[in-house]
Design a protein around this ligand. Structure first.
Ligand SMILES: [Zn+2]
Ligand SMILES: [Zn+2]
Length: 348
């Protein structure tokens, strides 16, 4: 890939994660660009539940101060020979592209991984971010920067999880948790042929999921309500589901997920909290249930998500946008689970 030099200013605004899980707005130097890397002028960066995990100390940024933000779309000069200002989404896993995991659509497990942008390397809550050139994915004009940013995490994650789950035509599945990832999972699973029951904690989220392809829906807004889920899922889907996508991760929701499944079914863990997965192996063995876990996705999963979006088949629901000053509030708003889709930080 031939890249021309991009002219960037000496300093930029950025939000840094500092000691004690606080965010600090700073002016800092735009980082130098090593060979094989490219500066990206960030136009949109999604605000993910992962940010909350960092602020709460559940994830280690491997060094502070750290610029978070792993859902990035922006402009880059000379992307694959295109003109300056080419639009791109950033694949945030810095993998080698040639090990046995990279070769089999599991790039995040790369044997020679250099970490993840917005996790262990500085990310997109800044005016510029530097990324390896091979991590740039062209973004068609028909996909907005905001949507591109969201596709770079939840869109890609949904494609990855649905592929891992091996969904078949007509399979009944449950998507538990209708946040940013759940909305994408609903759409991708439906495109893969599944009959989707969406479980949300409020009506507005459920309406969105049903608009986007869920055939059935259920609002459960307190932990005790999950006891009724197995019977309700079987009734609403016609039979017990083959796949339970768990995007919430509390004790009650995980237990309900296993109780829901048809024999031979798969529990797919995507979302999590501090609560442990607590199930006796006998309960799994009796019905040969499978536990799968899915985290982020491969570059191919991201390319697939963008291609679906470009054809109007995958919609990124943008809850709202803010500038860097509003980032902390946007992250904290995820705590009360009232965000419809994804909040995005945008840059002029
Ligand atoms: Zn994310
Ligand atoms: Zn690799």
């Amino acid at each position: 890939m031939q890249l021309v030099a991009v002219s960037v200013p000496a300093v930029m605004r950025a939000a840094e994660l500092v000691e004690g899980g606080a965010l600090r707005l700073v002016e800092r130097p735009v980082p130098g660009v090593p060979d094989g890397w490219s500066p990206v002028r960030v136009r949109a960066a999604g605000v993910c539940g992962t940010e909350l995990h960092f602020l709460e100390g559940l994830l280690d940024p491997m060094g502070i101060p750290r610029v978070l933000g792993h859902e990035i779309a922006g402009e880059v000069d000379g992307l694959r020979g295109r003109s300056p200002g080419s639009r791109a989404a950033v694949y945030n896993v810095m993998n080698c592209g040639s090990c046995r995991y990279c070769d089999t659509n599991r790039d995040r497990l790369c044997l020679r991984s250099k970490g993840m942008i917005g996790f262990t390397a500085d990310g997109g809550f800044a005016e510029y971010v530097i990324v390896p050139e091979r991590n740039l994915v062209p973004l068609p004009e028909t996909v907005t920067f905001e949507a591109g940013a969201v596709l770079a995490c939840s869109g890609m994650s949904a494609v990855h999880a649905v592929r891992l789950a091996g969904i078949g035509i007509g399979d009944p599945v449950v998507v538990n948790g209708i946040g940013g990832v759940g909305l994408m999972l609903t759409q991708v699973a439906a495109h893969a042929g599944a009959t989707v029951l969406a479980v949300a904690d409020d009506r507005a989220k459920l309406d969105l999921a049903q608009d986007l392809g869920a055939r059935a829906g259920l609002v459960i807004d307190d932990p005790d309500g999950y006891e009724a889920l197995p019977a309700a899922a079987a009734r609403m889907l016609g039979r017990a589901p083959d796949v339970f996508f768990e995007v919430v991760g509390t004790r009650e929701t995980m237990r309900a997920g296993f109780s829901c499944l048809a024999p031979g079914g798969s529990f797919v863990q995507i979302g999590y909290t501090r609560q442990p997965l607590d199930i006796h192996p006998g309960a799994l063995i009796k019905n040969e249930l499978r536990i799968l876990t899915s985290a982020a996705g491969s570059k191919n999963d991201l390319e697939t998500a963008i291609a679906l979006a470009a054809r109007g088949r995958l919609k990124a629901v943008i809850a709202g946008s803010t500038d860097l000053d509003g980032l902390e509030a946007a992250i904290l708003s995820l705590k009360d689970r009232r965000v419809l889709g994804r909040n995005v930080v945008t840059f002029a």
